[in-house]
Design a protein around this ligand. Sequence first.
Ligand code: UDP
Ligand code: MG
Length: 311
Amino acid sequence: MDLISVVVPCYNEQEALPAFYKEITKTAAEMSYVKFEFVFIDDGSKDKTLSMLKYLHKKDERVRYISFSRNFGKEAGMLAGLEAAKGDYIAVMDADLQDPPSLLPKMYKLVKKDGYDCAGTRRTNREGEPPIRSFFARMFYKIINKMSDADIVDGARDYRLMSRQMVDAILSMKEYNRFSKGIFGWVGFKTKWLEYVNTQRVAGETKWSFWKLFKYSIEGIMAFSTTPLYISSIMGFIICLAAFIMACFYLIKTLVFGDPTAGFPSLVCIILFLGGIQLIGIGVVGMYLSKTYLETKRRPIYIIKETEEKK
Ligand code: UDP
Ligand code: MG
């Protein structure tokens, strides 16, 4: 019998957890032809998430938990879960029931029988989301797909079921700045996308503010593309060319028509423009440098405080 590991990162999910546990065990009962383990990651929650997980573990030994020493973010949670998962097939799922567990039988069939390595999910609408947020999200996917060779699908959720082989490939990527939407795409493998209509979370609230998402998207671009670095070089080249043409133009003009000295405003504009471009360029280089700096420190991506095995 196959074992399916369900990895669930949880941060302050005390309101959603009971409903989630009820749903996932219902699906597990329906799929009596496989075994299950549920790997919950308590990402430094400040509410009763951990004690609830402990309670669930006592009640149901399929429930495992890993508790972090502080909040390390969802990426770290997913990584810890994937590393701990023992299953032949591994699913990643949110705790807020925005990822319906009822899709699991279909996903399992796709990967087990139909020759896919991964069954991923895409939401087809962005309802219940502020319009500006949707707009920026769409732009982000357009930009990152132009810049990067990893295929990053618009609207793809982190909810997916993967084969052991694919998970091992993901775990072989040891980078510190983990952008999993990119990592999932980068490792390749055959993915079947299931589409479903976005639903609201059952309880609690989203942990993503607009600013957090914005920072996350910049990190995604930097983790999976070096195009911004080229852009500043290309811009420098274009500006040099423009300056050369302008120099020729004014040289000829002065030689032919004489020199009524003028052009103070245009000079100021040019200097400011160039200063701005230079600062942007340095900023871009600096961002990559800072990422490299963090990467070379080789810090652990998460720190475990306790698990169901080690209390
Ligand atoms: N999450 C986490 N650590 C964090 C933020 C979120 O483990 O720092 C978990 C959260 O508990 C949930 C999942 O990641 O299970 C998705 O979070 P959320 O529902 O807030 O994101 P959204 O669905 O709005 O994108
Ligand atoms: Mg959610």
